[in-house]
Design a protein around this ligand. Structure first.
Ligand code: ZN
Length: 82
């Protein structure tokens, strides 16, 4: 579990940052992590989005996996626009 530090939490509070509005992007290629604003197409309960970063992706279409806080894969409930 990678919790946020007390300083980060204090900054969140000062800036109005709401962790529940964000998801964590995780690149399975290089392990790079980044916070991203939750997208309305993300399945409910999305905690982590596993997708290759632009560096590892190489410009090809990449499969995206949505994981909940427990690391379980989430499935789309409806067809996503392509
Ligand atoms: Zn990468």
């Amino acid at each position: 579990m990678t919790g946020r530090s007390a300083i980060d939490s204090a900054i969140d509070e000062a800036t109005g940052f709401k962790p529940e509005e964000w998801v964590r992007l995780l690149c399975p290629g290089c392990g790079r992590r980044q916070l991203a604003k939750r997208d309305e197409t993300d399945p409910p309960g999305t905690h982590t989005v596993r997708v290759h970063c632009p560096k590892c992706n190489g410009g090809d279409f990449d499969e995206v996996f949505y994981l909940d806080a427990a690391g379980n894969e989430l499935q789309f409930q409806e067809d996503a626009p392509s």
